[in-house]
Design a protein around this ligand. Structure first.
Ligand code: 3HC
Length: 288
């Protein structure tokens, strides 16, 4: 399989990650089918992509016509039927193994047998996911980072079953959509989240222990470690439920207390203070 085999792209899930992935692929010239369950979800995705492309137009990186062409390359749909002719389908749905496994089963029935099935999971074992497909060799992780249009890396995670041809084709596709691929073997949290989530968790423990305000903790990491944003703002950006998911995966997977989720992180999630998407996390985010 070569990169030219991966031309028609499907994206399942039009949320924060899914619409960013669709936009990135379409901007690079690839035809995309973007699926979500409701028209409302697709409308929200379209607005987000319009806003993101408008930023590029404002900076003169893109012309208005190129922005319009990018959106025109994205077909929106509420069913999975249009995935039938896709060379690769990237799923970016809820982080639940049984839900993702169910989608893989459906795609097995709809997609061509040689289509690649990629998952943007941030914390689920690719090997387990691949086992849910009738063709496990074609399952692979394509882990994008938030905000997708801006972040350069795509972490490519090989399940134990992933074939070399699929890994090579997905690596080539990642270059072709203007991102930088780096390959990791399947393990809990892969590489980036294994390093990043414990730092966010530890920052939350600092708040829990009353050591400093969230604002001061964030500004310390910006001013003292040159991070573009502090760990609590980053937790709010990626979603505190997502951070908790990753910490639980690390804690259970490695069976190591050093990954124990902060009690305050659990409380924030229980309270629905999930960060930007909820309007409130460690900071408040008034609706735009
Ligand atoms: N679409 C298009 N462009 C965007 C954008 C979007 N959604 N968001 C930001 N940008 C562009 C801006 O236009 C700007 O471009 P320019 O420099 O060419 O003018 C540039 O990105 C910087 O944006 P801003 O000036 O608005 O704001 P900042 O300079 O504060 O940067 C940030 C914002 C890029 C988010 C930066 O703070 C950052 O890099 N933060 C760290 C993000 C990070 O670590 N992400 C990884 C999270 S982990 C993850 O996602 C994995 C998952 O599994 C949990």
């Amino acid at each position: 399989m070569t990169m030219t085999d991966l031309r028609n792209i499907g994206v399942i899930g039009a949320g924060t990650m899914g619409n960013g992935i669709a936009q990135t692929c379409a901007l690079a010239g690839f035809p995309v089918v973007l699926q979500d369950l409701s028209d409302a979800a697709l409308d929200r995705a379209r607005k987000t992509m319009e806003g993101s492309l408008a930023r590029l137009v404002k900076k003169a990186t893109l012309t208005e016509a190129q922005a319009a062409d990018t959106l025109a390359r994205i077909t929106m749909t509420t069913t999975l039927d249009l995935m039938a002719d896709r060379d690769i389908v990237i799923e970016a749905i809820v982080e639940k193994l049984e839900v993702k496994a169910a989608i893989l089963g459906k795609l097995d029935a709809i997609c061509r047998a040689d289509a690649v099935l990629a998952s943007n999971t941030s914390s689920i074992s690719l090997t387990q996911l691949a086992a849910a497909s009738a063709h496990p060799g074609r399952v692979i992780g394509m882990h994008f980072f938030n905000p997708v249009p801006v972040m350069q890396l795509v972490e490519i995670i090989r399940a134990l079953q992933t074939t070399d041809a699929v890994a090579e084709a997905v690596t080539a596709l990642t270059h072709a959509i203007g991102k930088t691929p780096r390959v990791s073997k399947d393990s809990y949290g892969f590489i980036v989240n294994r390093l990043l989530a414990p730092q966010i968790n530890e920052a939350i423990n600092c708040v829990y222990e009353g050591l400093a305000t969230p604002e001061d903790i964030d500004s310390m990491m910006k001013l003292g470690a040159n991070h573009p944003m502090g760990p609590l703002a980053l937790g709010d950006l990626i979603g505190l439920d997502v951070v908790l998911n990753i910490m639980e995966t690390l804690y259970d997977g490695f069976d190591d207390p050093k990954y124990r989720p902060s009690p305050l992180l659990k409380q924030m999630v229980s309270a629905g203070y999930l960060g930007r998407k909820a309007g409130k996390g460690f900071a408040e985010y008034p609706a735009a």
